[in-house]
Design a protein around this ligand. Sequence first.
Ligand SMILES: C[S@@+](CC[C@H](N)C(=O)[O-])C[C@H]1O[C@@H](n2cnc3c(N)ncnc32)[C@H](O)[C@@H]1O
Length: 297
Amino acid sequence: MRVAEHWKDYTLLDTMNGYRFESWGGHKVARPDPQVVWHDVQNGMSRMKNGCEGIYYRSEKGGGHWEFREGMPESWKISYGSLKFRIKPTNFKHMGLFPEQAVNWDFCQRAIREAGRPVNVLNLFAYTGGATLACAAAGASVCHVDAVKGMVSWARENAALSGLAEKPVRWIVEDAMKFVEREIKRGHRYDIIILDPPSYGRGSNGEMWKIEDCIYELMTNCMELMSDKPLFIMLNSYTTGLSPAAMEYLLHEIAYPRGREYSVSADEIGLPVAADHGRRVLPCGSTALLLFEKIDI
Ligand SMILES: C[S@@+](CC[C@H](N)C(=O)[O-])C[C@H]1O[C@@H](n2cnc3c(N)ncnc32)[C@H](O)[C@@H]1O
């Protein structure tokens, strides 16, 4: 597993009884995590919950709600190196950042810096901009695409907080599939493409995104968008059932017919659990890499 182990402002404190207990810049929250199938044996569950300022409860009808202690701020800021993010508990239990992605941000920054030339990045399903900020801070030009206007505004705010407002970033509110088709026609090309598609989603005009139906066509089109000196495609997924091996096969399928030299690598990504002194790492998703140059992972 590839582990995001360089956080100072975020800690995964413990995991038990279907919950993860986290500290986000000192504010402790408890959120359900279906992977946490082990139970607490020393009554730590109530102790941990009592120490939290926010707890998310799932509803049996689907969705869920937060319960906050008095004094819990509506939003606050955390840093990862020079990158700064506004954190805010959302109705969907998300906090506005996926901290395990830091292992991918580190990889992108290393690859961009080592390339030693101008690098053009396309970030699809770009959410609050973690990967966009990392790439821009490392010196790349970035095209940031998300279907939701509010998400793009949040990402722009994070860029400004990080002192990256003047960096060459194009902020686009559009359906990822449509945008890629248009970019092929426009003749734009990219050295790096990063994608973090959800299982289900909607484009900016209501276009239906369903990962199992759409991913192959999108990835095939992404291959068309690669420059003459490409670096890599990074495909991340939180979809249950889309295993690292399945993602690896998908990347071979799109790359092999092109006759270009490449290598593929896929693995789970995760967060170290502080209570276990890093012995246990919580798996949080999977990332597959299609590399066109030799880059250490
Ligand atoms: C799982 S989140 C991405 C997480 C993020 N990349 C990260 O690492 O923190 C999925 C994002 O895809 C966006 N989205 C969903 N359907 C889309 C579509 N058809 N086109 C473009 N973006 C879409 C959502 O608005 C959301 O921001």
